[in-house]
Design a protein around this ligand. Sequence first.
Ligand SMILES: Cc1ncc(COP(=O)(O)O)c(C=O)c1O
Length: 421
Amino acid sequence: VNKRRFLKQVSFLGAGVPFAMLQLDQVLAAAAHMPDDELADDESFWSEIRAGYRLKPDYVNLENGYYCFMPEVILDRYIDHVREVNYQGSWYLRTTQYDEKKATAARLAEMAGCRSDELIITRNTTESMGLVISGHDWRPGDEAVMAEQDYGAMLNHFDLMARRHGVVNRIVSVPNHPKNDAEIVDLYAAAITDKTRLLMVCHMINLTGQVLPVRKICDMAHSKGVPVLVDGAHAFAHLQFSIKDLNCDFYGTSLHKWLSVPLGAGFLYVNRNKVKKIWPLLANEKRPVDDIYRLSHVGTGPVHVDIAINDAIEYHRRLGGARKEARLRYLQNYWTKKARLITGVSVNTPEDPARHGAIGNVGVDQYAPSDLAKILLEDHKIWTVAIDQAGVRGVRITPNIYTTPTDLDALIRALTLLAEN
Ligand SMILES: Cc1ncc(COP(=O)(O)O)c(C=O)c1O
């Protein structure tokens, strides 16, 4: 079958199954009998998945945390959507756009484990979190709780609320290697006062990849009457979880990180009892106060990105979330267990599997993080990102499903050499 012709024949908006998706099915069918943990180190299976990506030969990319580019099958579909929207013009925008976007949001809601009237598509985590932080009805002297390990843009946004509305921000510090969940929950609990109106917590800290006990933090905060906003930028389509099980009030994530959607997509979950408490950032037409779509007016946007979310969901569904998580954990353990044994090297991510996913952070004691990242790139052809803040000194290592143990062996060789010098 000619792939291009085949793609042209399939109908618009994900109704058909592209050839490459069918090829993926064949690879998956051959491995269907294998449990996820056994398949996690089956390199012949994962090399087929890797073959579906176009990879730059210049370096080993261990920086998929900012953005994980798409496998070709999603990219091809996305390009088809760009062409089709360009062909349909305002016809698509006036007739189908909103229904399609709602249907896509409903698919995301099903995947995230919440109701479809509790989730809207946004451009990214920054927008999702900002809608809640800015939309809160702040009064002077109100307090908010967060951690210095939270993402910079979120801390900046709370700082804006401090300057604009007189909010008092109470900032805790999460240890890189906590003893247990209680230590973290107690840290947040100690910062809550009778003036606390919102608590923000990362599902997975971007600096180290540490997973926080979100459910326990939410239960504790709720027992004190405080709602919780979760920054899930790195958790969705990476870890298996359900928003309902987290028991949070608000959850923001990006889809261009772990779901491999084209750049510029995220979602915001708002518990349906909390929708009416948030002011929209951009005024929408008059909708009931408990309608989440009150919060999502952004004007005309890149609708082809929203359409491509369906293709990425389909890819994820076929591959299997649990299978993906098992592989990602295998890759993280593959290199961290070796790195933990090298003298002069510090792994800044907890060893306990409940406290990490694919991301790890590693430092070589005698190197500043920026120098380490530079040497890794220039001398060893390994692309990472330096982290030097909030008690974390190292480079962040973020593989994805196309990463091989051979890629990670190159990292271990480089760390060993640098620590010896
Ligand atoms: C924890 C966390 N929150 C928020 C963001 C912002 O994501 P985006 O730029 O997609 O809005 C990031 C980006 O890396 C992040 O790591």
